[in-house]
Design a protein around this ligand. Structure first.
Ligand code: RIB
Ligand code: CA
Length: 329
């Protein structure tokens, strides 16, 4: 079975990715590391632990990761502004969130491990005999730090599957996707590390949207896990409707789940090309995904999924949740 480490800022779609990884029974989740992103690293770790408790998989260790990006110094202020704007006096468009903490799920007694995500990665990769795949669905801070601390770990990593970036689509600024915008230097380090990197950007995830009717079908599979999955999808639909409407009404992109599903069925991604990608590091280009358009440039540093097979993705997600009652019991 393929061994994976997940690096998450859980997060609604991160939670769906974690559930799919575990429920599929096709992947061995070695550990989950949190990182500061959609939620603070501490909350992301706690949200992850609650999901593992729901799945009865608290044997999977959770490590708290970096609490700020590698370089960006304005980030904390920006984050505070973001938290502030969710207060009731702000207009509804500002207040509906894609990600809220899972306080409504039972807390886990497991707690996160007492070493940091960076310490875990260094120790695990030094000791592991097999290569491991990393699925990163938050800012790339932990992995950027890891590659700076010990570049030789590149040889121990099979592939890094990253949800991040956007060629034709952005979501947090006029030029950037959220995970890359939050830590552009880390994204740049990872993409240029020499690792086998696959980017699953907004161009692909927006093609693989899930509708409210499809969330109903998932819920009807009839257990707590499927009900939680449907709830997360509906929350994302609400947020999309209000602040980032998609072409298809009443639908949501489930970015991180698509990245994870690539490991279950690579055909969910379409038009995957070797490219040379750089990340903008300042001003209007901060966090921008810059794909070199020169077809004669052969200095490719990653693969980039320009599209996705929506039907294949929905069928995989629905079937995995349908089976979840048997898997968990
Ligand atoms: O831009 C989408 C990404 O930002 C997703 O990974 C989402 O969970 C947030 O982290
Ligand atoms: Ca995420």
């Amino acid at each position: 079975m393929k061994k994976i480490i997940m690096d998450v800022d859980t997060g609604s779609d991160d939670a769906l990715a974690i559930m799919l990884a575990i429920l599929s029974k096709k992947l061995e989740v070695e550990a989950i590391c949190s990182v500061e992103g959609s939620r603070p690293a501490e909350n992301a770790a706690d949200n992850t632990l609650r999901v593992l408790h729901l799945l009865n998989r608290e044997d999977i260790p959770v490590y708290k990761g970096c609490t700020a990006p590698m370089v960006k110094s304005i980030y904390k202020d920006r984050l505070n502004i973001w938290e502030e704007r969710y207060r009731p006096e702000y207009p509804i468009r500002e207040r509906v969130r894609f990600h809220i903490d899972f306080d409504y799920l039972e807390p886990s007694e497991a707690g996160y491990q007492n070493i940091t995500a960076l310490e875990f990665y260094l120790d695990y990769l030094r000791r592991s005999e097999e290569k491991v795949t990393i699925v990163a669905t938050g800012p790339l801070t932990n992995i950027g730090m890891l590659l700076r601390a010990e570049p030789r770990v590149v040889d121990r990593i099979e592939e890094i599957v990253v949800m991040g970036g956007g060629y034709d689509i952005s979501n947090v600024s006029s030029s950037a996707e959220a995970n890359f915008w939050r830590d552009p230097e880390a994204a740049s380090i990872v993409i240029n590390s020499g690792c086998n990197v696959l980017l699953v950007p907004l161009d692909a995830t927006h093609k693989a949207y899930i509708t409210a009717a499809e969330a109903d079908v998932i819920e009807k599979t009839g257990n707590d896990i499927a009900a939680f999955a449907a709830k997360l999808i509906r929350q994302r639909i609400l947020a999309h409707n209000i602040s980032q409407p998609l072409e298809e009404p009443e639908s949501a992109a489930i970015h991180d789940a698509l990245a994870l599903c690539y490991l279950l069925d690579p055909e969910v991604l379409r038009d995957v090309r070797e490219v040379h990608c750089e990340i903008g590091l300042r001003d209007f280009s901060d966090g921008q995904t810059i794909i070199d358009p020169r077809y004669y440039d052969e200095q490719h540093n990653c693969r980039f999924a320009f599209s996705a097979d929506r039907k294949r993705f929905i069928d995989l997600v629905t079937e995995t949740f349908r089976k979840s009652a048997e898997v968990i019991s």
